[in-house]
Design a protein around this ligand. Structure first.
Ligand code: ZN
Length: 214
């Protein structure tokens, strides 16, 4: 059932009607009980040696893999935005991306290439991978992840333009029925001046290391 739902904006902890609010200890315990039950329903024996600690491990792994819900881009870049007249394209290539497909709760992973044309403000380069992580460490769709990174940079840098390309392998495709083990999904988001032919071409050429047209 991959029926598309309108995306909730989980960056805001505001008026969501159904957010579960438990104490951390109660939430941890309930999560672990659900994992134990899932193991039973899969025909396993949750009490056997190898699985006894699995619910606790799964719970802590999922907290880690979705920790981006607690992060915000303005907080991350706040101290690292500088006034600077540089006006050529700035690009960070080959940013490692690890995320979780929201349809199957299975990983997808690959690389992001992020570029922008500044308009008086630049951001410390090390912050760009962290911006990617804010959104990658949530339950995601690759398309939405790509858009969110682009839109966040537009918001905090007010640049002339932004381009984001993500190339990723999805375990839900690679391991399930279809087993298309080598198919890679490529998504892009272009904003502002990156919609102009010349800038777009320069960006895509840099992003794909010259392989875009091959
Ligand atoms: Zn999937």
């Amino acid at each position: 059932m991959d029926k598309q739902q309108p995306a909730r904006d989980l960056s805001k902890n505001d008026t969501e009607p159904k957010v579960v609010r438990l104490t951390p200890a109660a939430s941890e315990m309930e999560f672990q009980q659900l994992v134990r039950r899932m193991l039973e329903l899969l025909g396993e024996e949750p009490e056997r040696d190898g699985l006894a600690r699995t619910p606790a491990r799964v719970e802590s792994a999922f907290r880690w893999l979705t920790r981006g819900y607690n992060d915000s881009v303005p907080d991350i870049v706040r101290e690292a935005i500088f006034e600077e007249p540089h006006d050529s394209m700035i690009m960070v290539r080959d940013i490692e991306v690890y995320s979780m497909c929201e349809h199957h709760l299975l990983p997808f992973f690959g690389k992001a290439h992020v570029a922008y044309l500044p308009n008086g403000k630049i951001v410390g380069l090390s912050k760009i991978p962290r911006v990617v992580d804010v959104f990658a460490r949530r339950l995601q769709l690759q398309e939405r992840l790509t858009d969110q990174v682009a839109d966040a940079l537009v918001e905090v840098l007010e640049p002339r333009g932004v381009g984001v390309v993500i190339e990723a392998y999805h375990l839900c495709m690679m391991m399930r029925g279809v087993e298309k083990q080598h198919s890679k999904t490529v998504t892009s988001a272009l904003r502002g001046s990156f919609l102009d032919d010349k800038t777009r071409d320069e960006f895509l050429r840099l992003a794909h290391g010259g392989s875009w047209l091959e």
